[in-house]
Design a protein around this ligand. Structure first.
Ligand SMILES: [Zn+2]
Length: 407
């Protein structure tokens, strides 16, 4: 008889895409078992079954196990939708005439301000459940459709309630600097002063968010505004993320890197000479192929140059009502492969290990001892299928913190 340690759950008879650095594709371990105790992975490998006595056992029946998927960039709390505007545009209306009729981002701001907290929670719950059905166990949610103190805080409260009610991990980001509200028309400096001086301190004090974000673009805010926001964020102990180089090259990524950004997101117009700054800051490059697709853009992010310089790549849905009404992270992985040329392994790393890094989560996104037991079991022959197929795969079991979801 061999000595065995006890654990809460033993998952047997699986292949494991650990996504850890291991020198083999996907960090794969074939014919393995996973031991879980107190919500953490305590052991993974072949023969683990003979070393651990589980209070419960789950026979994986030859499934592949991946880390729970992480959608590291969404705007999924909002009121209303933009379907009518989509239709008007395709019927030939110009952006200008749509804007004159109250369309665009400011229509979502209006609807979000008007919605009650319960209404926002109900609509966002449905969206998160769709992501979870595909194996998402951590989601990042940005504010940014309030653009006033009360609505920004309302959105961040809803994000916390989603975590409490649905049991997944929610990482909240304060995106007060998403757009210029009508009340501050022509006064972007005053608005950034308001965001930094009136809203940010409250967000930080109540720990409503762990990061700040800004839409740095010629139709958004300048790098000077970004630098001011980032300096304030660091003072309050918040991390920095940024929407940069989506439609033009403003050097927003370089500005964000100066402040040690966790991630620089979109980056279609990022120039090769600016990649070294991102690499040395350790920022993750977050690719958002669904927004690229939806806006029918042509300028692609410099993936090969990012790869050559060793920048970590993540992939997210960017779910939002205007430019990416997508609630499928697996579809975003497929788009990252087809549109941007990622390999299926790079795409899956982008929704696991590198997505965790983009959120500053040191204990998520990999299957190794000490990591959170957020796991998905997939009935498939090889992990490349997750990026290959479109709307075909659902996990047969999902664990969050070692607990089976839906049990
Ligand atoms: Zn976004």
């Amino acid at each position: 008889m061999t000595m065995s340690s006890s654990c809460d759950l033993l998952i047997t008879n699986v292949h494991v895409a650990t996504m850890a650095v291991s020198g083999v594709p996907y960090g794969a371990i074939y014919n393995a078992d996973i031991a879980i105790a107190e919500g953490k992975i305590v052991d993974v490998g072949p023969m683990v079954q003979s070393l651990w006595q589980g209070a419960h056992t789950l026979n994986g029946a030859g499934c592949w196990v991946t880390p729970g998927l992480i959608d590291c960039h969404t705007h999924l709390v909002y009121g209303g939708d933009r379907a009518r505007e989509f239709e008007m545009r395709l019927n030939g209306a110009s952006y200008e005439s749509i804007a004159r009729q109250g369309g665009g981002i400011l229509s979502t701001v209006q609807a979000t301000r008007a919605a009650s907290e319960t209404e926002l929670l109900t609509s966002a719950t449905g969206r998160v459940q769709r992501l979870m059905a595909e194996g998402v166990t951590t989601v990042e949610i940005k504010s940014g459709y309030g653009l006033d103190r009360d609505t920004e805080l309302k959105m961040l409260r809803v994000a916390k309630q989603l975590e409490a009610q649905l049991g997944l991990h929610v990482e909240s980001t304060f995106l007060g600097a998403h757009a210029l509200p009508a009340e501050f028309a022509g006064r972007p400096d005053d608005y950034i002063a308001f965001v930094c001086g009136d809203v940010l301190p409250e967000v930080a004090a109540a720990q409503w968010a762990s990061s700040v974000d800004i839409f740095c673009e010629h139709i958004g805010f300048s790098t000077r505004h970004a630098a001011r926001l980032f300096a304030a964020a660091l003072q309050y102990g918040l991390a920095v993320k940024a929407h940069v180089e989506q439609l033009s090259d403003l050097k927003g990524a370089v500005t964000a890197a100066k402040y040690g950004a966790l991630s620089v997101d979109h980056i279609e117009y990022l120039q090769a000479e600016d990649i070294a700054a991102i690499k040395s800051a350790g920022s993750v490059a977050v690719l958002l192929p669904s927004a690229f697709y939806y806006l029918n853009e042509t300028q692609k992010p410099p993936v090969q140059a990012l790869r050559e310089q060793g920048v970590d790549l993540a992939v997210a849905t960017d779910h939002n009502p205007g430019s990416s009404p997508l609630l499928s992270l697996l579809t975003a992985l497929n788009m990252a492969c087809v549109l941007f040329g990622l390999s299926p392994e790079e795409a899956l790393l982008g929704a696991t290990r590198n997505a965790a890094k983009a959120l500053g989560l040191a204990r998520k996104g990999q299957i190794a001892p000490g990591f959170d037991a957020d796991l998905c079991l997939w009935p498939m022959e090889h992990p490349s299928e997750l990026s290959y197929a479109i709307n075909q795969h659902r996990p047969v079991a999902v664990l969050i913190g070692g607990e089976l979801v839906g049990q």
